[in-house]
Write a protein that binds this ligand. Structure first.
Ligand code: DX5
Ligand code: ZN
Length: 221
């Protein structure tokens, strides 16, 4: 299993996004987590295709695009063309989850499926063998800087067990409230892709990224 850090640019300083992206990449992050919010599926609005297109030329880092938008099927083509490598959609936001996953795959991209903290993990079962990644929200989606919801650890364990039962080594990502002090808990629970926003951006980005990388590398051995 490959252990990956995916810093969320939602917490970056948008006036020097390129600099921030280059710093996390240089310090070892393999993915860049890109949070798109529509003001409907979640209360906030972040940014969309033009920003992704613009930062695409800054780095070849993997763009891990997390769509917190209603009926994302309407925009898969646009996000694919903007430079996304992985597109994650919310189960709660789709009328036809399978059609949305198929659409992401039709552009040759990896498809992720996410659930909010209150959605039963069993809802994922029909899609486990169809997706490349499962994203477990460990805060209510919408804002960076929230506190990790403790019940998420047990939910992550359950999903990793559900995958194992089916002989699937699907990536399992966690998003929300992760810092260097609690990351071990989610890694032990079965996560292999870690999103971190406020714990990385602001202050010494490289140093903070390296601290996370040290934690992850211990699991790669
Ligand atoms: C929240 C977003 C997260 C957010 C994480 O809705 O999906 O990716 O940026 O931020 P932190 O790590 O600060 O909780
Ligand atoms: Zn996210």
């Amino acid at each position: 299993m490959n252990y990956i850090l995916s810093p969320s640019i939602l917490s970056a300083d948008f006036k020097h996004l390129e600099k921030d992206i280059l710093e996390v990449k240089e310090a070892g992050a393999q993915y860049l987590h890109v949070d798109v919010m529509d003001g409907k599926f979640v209360p906030s609005i972040s940014f969309g295709m033009p920003v992704i297109k613009s930062i695409r030329s800054a780095s070849d880092i993997v763009f891990d695009v997390h769509l917190m938008i209603e009926e994302p099927i309407r925009y898969i083509k646009e996000f694919a063309e903007s430079g996304a490598d992985i597109i994650t959609i919310h189960l709660e936001a789709c009328e036809d989850v399978k059609a949305t996953i198929d659409k992401i795959h039709s552009f040759g991209l990896k498809a992720g499926l996410s659930i909010k903290p209150k959605t039963e993990v069993e809802a994922l079962i029909p899609y486990l063998d169809q997706v490349d990644m499962i994203l477990m929200m460990s805060v209510e989606p919408g804002f960076g800087g929230q506190k990790y919801i403790e019940e998420s650890t047990g939910r992550i364990e359950k999903v990793r067990a559900m995958l194992k039962e089916r002989n699937l080594s699907t990536d399992l990502e966690v998003d929300g409230g992760i810092n260097v002090d609690n990351v071990d808990n989610v890694l032990k629970a079965g996560v292999n892709v870690v999103v971190a926003g406020s714990a990385i951006f602001g202050g010494n980005i490289k140093e903070k990224t390296r601290k996370f990388m040290e934690k992850l590398e211990a699991y790669n051995e």
